[in-house]
Ligand binder design. Sequence first.
Ligand code: MD5
Ligand code: FE
Length: 203
Amino acid sequence: GREVLAGGAVLLRGFALPHDKALIAAIDAVAAISPFRNMQTPRGFTMSVAMTNCGAAGWVSDGRGYRYASRDPETGSPWPAMPEALRGLAESAATQGGYPDFHPDVCLINRYAPGAKLSLHQDKDEREFTHPIVSVSLGLPASFQFGGLRRDDPIRRHALRHGDVVVWGGPSRLFHHGILPLKEGTHPELGRIRLNLTFRRAL
Ligand code: MD5
Ligand code: FE
């Protein structure tokens, strides 16, 4: 199914399902080099979502702010390369979503356990907002909050389930969004976990 959520935002239900085991294996390989960690917000809170990255740079948060860094601050080494299985899926989803020229250079991997959440925010740490973001959901379902350009625009909720892919481009690229606290549950492949991959052109 191809569902338009807003201008430029296309939900590809189950698009990643045929590749779920390969994606999970690729994520495990990344996390074996750069482990998941709970980063600090600039204001000194610990994020409930655990994160790692692959690609030419990784999204990091600490007392100095949010940014893309070419090295993993925990290991001191470059982030692991983006596995071809991940890049290929992101590019085919982007093409399906109407962005045939998308070539991601970074992938942030978010890991949610029950109770973990991502407060309403905009993605603004990339150099250009002309490129879309491709997001892949695996494991436990989540309730996704989707607002507008202004923080006080009305917010709708969408369920994102195992294998769902969303392509966020055009006007929706800068819309406010978040993830409500993950509900308890068990997924056959991932157990009590939700994983989300976000592919971006950041540099
Ligand atoms: C997640 N991650 O489920 C979400 C999926 C993040 C993040 O929000 O920043 O790591 S990405 C959802 C997204 C990206 C870009 C634009 C919009 C949503 N949007 O217009 O709603 O862990
Ligand atoms: Fe975001």
